[in-house]
Write a protein that binds this ligand. Structure first.
Ligand code: NDP
Length: 295
């Protein structure tokens, strides 16, 4: 078997095209143009790159965007004030705090300063509470992107056994909650696996859909996948590669070449879940503008 490669970039581009049409329409009707503001603390180059990419994608669909860089030396109270100020600004619809933030700061408290309507990452306590109740305001972007990739690839989760490897608050845990809920394109039977599993393969081999978010290269090899399963690779890991000019290359958590021989469909890294995360973040930003300023 040679798996279908799910083109996350193409699916994300379709979503971005749809967003561009809706943003242009708002502009033409004199409605507010959605604005996304990213707050980044410190000089971490990876964080700065992620934030720059999100801003660029926002501009590409006609949204406004801004980046606020806060010095690494900031304290909890100052960071909270910055986020609170953004909550109060009527021209700002979506706020993201780029993670991780320096360890001397209280990450959970900082995130939860962002008000529900503007929490386009869907990670505050209030957002996660609403998500758990099955009444989300904004769903976390990466889990939402994974569900959208499955929907648009016509891979049904309804009644399927979905096994998620990784239980982080960013990916695995909210995804398990979302997929197990009633609703079109959801209603899955979900197993959430983590390092507590004595034998990972006992769980992964019984998956119809296997979603991997461990941050560990080659967590999933072909022998851990059942024939015909769908495999979604969330991981982003840099490994050294002397054939590349940069000396490194991006890979996922899945042994792509091996798994391709047993799975029916698989997402690549790069070009799978990554572009979907940005598309869903912008989709949430548009929803926020509609929620705050009307359709
Ligand atoms: P975390 O490190 O927060 O969580 C990893 C999870 O995987 C933990 O629950 C851990 O278990 C589990 N785990 C690790 N190794 C194993 C193993 N061998 N067997 C079973 N479980 C294991 O990572 P994130 O969820 O934040 O991110 C995961 C990956 O996804 C990273 O590579 C990250 O860069 C990527 N990512 C990509 C995004 C995108 O847009 N493409 C967005 C977000 C993340 P335990 O809890 O027991 O320690």
């Amino acid at each position: 078997m040679s798996a279908e490669i799910i083109d996350g970039r193409a699916i994300a581009n379709d979503i971005l095209d749809e967003l561009r049409v809706r943003v242009t329409d708002r502009r033409d009707r004199g409605k507010s143009v959605p604005k996304l503001v990213a707050v980044v603390v410190g000089e971490d180059p990876a964080s700065r790159t992620y934030v720059r990419n999100k801003s660029q994608s926002a501009s590409d669909v006609g949204m406004d965007s801004d980046v606020i860089v806060v010095p690494e030396s900031t304290n909890n109270s100052n960071l909270k004030d910055i986020l609170q100020d953004l909550n109060n600004r009527s021209d700002v619809h979506g706020i993201i705090l780029q993670l991780p933030i320096p360890s001397h700061l209280d990450e959970v408290a900082a995130i939860s300063t962002i008000c529900l309507e503007k929490d386009v990452d869907g990670l505050t306590d209030a957002s996660l509470g609403r998500l758990t109740r099955g009444d989300p305001v904004h769903s976390p972007a990466t889990p939402a992107g994974i569900i959208e990739i499955l929907k648009r690839s016509k891979i049904s989760t309804v009644g399927s056994h979905v096994v998620i490897v990784g239980r982080s608050m960013l990916v695995g845990r909210p995804l398990s909650i979302m997929l197990s809920q009633r609703g079109s394109g959801l209603n899955a039977i979900v197993t959430l696996v983590h390092t507590g599993a004595h034998s990972l393969g006992d769980f992964t081999r019984v998956a119809d859909i296997l979603i991997v978010a461990t941050g560990q290269v080659n967590t999933i090899t072909a022998d851990l996948v059942s024939t015909g399963a769908t495999v979604i690779d969330v991981g982003t890991n840099w490994i050294s590669d002397s054939t590349r000019k940069s000396g490194r290359r991006l890979v996922g958590d899945v042994d792509f070449n091996g798994v391709q021989t047993v799975a029916s469909a698989v997402t690549p890294v790069p070009g799978g879940v990554g572009p979907m995360t940005v598309a869903m973040l912008l989709s949430n930003t548009l929803s926020a503008a509609v929620m705050l300023d009307g359709e």
